[in-house]
Design a protein around this ligand. Structure first.
Ligand code: MRU
Length: 347
């Protein structure tokens, strides 16, 4: 049986006509690969979080555009580009917060448009799109490794590290963002202990992060979200590393709901709080965190999804934002593939 870390999070199926993903809604109980072929299947896989995490959503969008390009029937390249744009708009509506989705869709569109402008035919456009999608995936692996190298400079032998949600390999092509420094630290013989917030309501920390980090042989402890303060107070946490879905021009960072609370606690206890993200997650077009669209999700995720029986009254009003914004003043450093940035942040 392969370890979860040996299976690609997102890949192009051998025949090149489908995206193959690990269905993350079934983890950790079942490791099952599923194939996505149609625009609706790709849209739903992103919306339902079968594939999730900002960089992995970007990689899926890249492959998705290539696969859908193969299904478009068009007489002219102009018609082809119009139909491709419609598919990009459709996929872009699946989740609003992670900028990597619109970034990857835009990059694929630009590549197709540039080839058309250079005189390529439709077959040529499709081939160029395949190369671009592969490049997005390969760059992601390289970027995560570099985030790991820079992040490693912030870790010391013996550290306890807290993370929230899953910014691990399951959220990227490899290594993860927040987890990359942890994997490198472990590879280089540091003795570290990783603490995973369970991350209500969808339990990415419990189901995904504690699963993949412990699979790597790293000492791992799972805690409920409301235990983070007590854990920090106990002196066992020396640093917090989290991922990110969008960094605004002033350094405010949107990440999984609950992240801003962890940052406030870290500040209170004097613990450094680091955001790890590829530079494609930085969105200079969005001035501050207040301008980031926060996805609101279905009430059933809070009232029943992970319970064997519904545990909240029928019809109860539910507040279920999927992300929150951490104020730039709470962020000790932003780790990208280019290094560790410190405040003041200006993008
Ligand atoms: O709703 P999710 O599971 O897609 O949320 C994921 C996160 O918030 C991650 O921390 C973020 O996308 C960064 S992944 C490297």
């Amino acid at each position: 049986m392969k370890s979860i870390l040996e299976i690609p999070t997102v890949a192009l199926a051998d025949a090149g006509d489908a995206i193959e993903i690990i269905d993350q809604t079934l983890l950790p109980g079942r490791i099952e690969l599923i194939r996505l072929r149609t625009a609706q299947e790709i849209w739903e896989a992103i919306y339902r979080l079968q594939v999730r995490g900002a960089p992995a959503i970007g990689v899926t969008a890249g492959y998705g555009m290539y696969i859908l390009a193969g299904q478009i029937e068009a007489e002219t390249t102009a018609d082809f580009l119009n139909k491709l744009r419609q598919q990009a708009d459709y996929l872009n509506s699946s989740r609003p917060t992670a900028v990597n989705l619109s970034w990857a869709l835009g990059r694929m569109m630009k590549q197709a448009e540039a080839c058309a402008a250079a005189g390529a035919d439709i077959a040529g456009l499709r081939e160029a799109m395949r190369r671009e999608a592969e490049a997005i995936r390969e760059e992601d692996t390289d970027i995560c490794r570099r985030i790991g190298e820079h992040g490693l400079t912030l870790i010391h032998d013996g550290d306890g590290i807290l993370t929230h949600c899953n910014a691990g390999q399951l959220a990227t092509s490899r290594y993860g963002t927040a987890t990359a420094p942890m994997y490198l630290a472990h590879e280089r013989g540091y003795h570290i202990h990783v603490y995973c917030d369970e991350t209500r309501p969808l339990l990415q920390g419990a189901r995904l992060t504690s699963f993949e980090v412990s699979s790597a042989g790293i000492e791992t402890t799972l805690l409920c979200d409301n235990m983070a303060s007590a854990l920090m107070q106990s002196g066992r946490i020396q640093a917090v590393f989290v991922g990110c879905d969008r960094v605004a021009a002033n350094g405010d960072a949107a990440n999984k709901i609950g992240t801003s609370g962890v940052a406030i606690l870290a500040k209170h206890y004097g613990i450094p709080f680091y955001v790890c993200a590829p530079s494609s997650t930085i969105d200079p077009q969005t001035p501050t965190g207040a301008d980031i669209v926060i996805e609101q999700r279905d009430a059933s995720e809070v009232t029943e999804l992970w319970y064997s029986a519904r545990m909240a009254p029928e019809g109860i009003d539910v507040y279920n934002p999927a992300f929150d914004v951490t104020d730039h003043s709470l962020i000790t450093g932003i780790v990208t593939e280019n290094g560790v940035m410190r405040p003041p942040y200006r993008f």
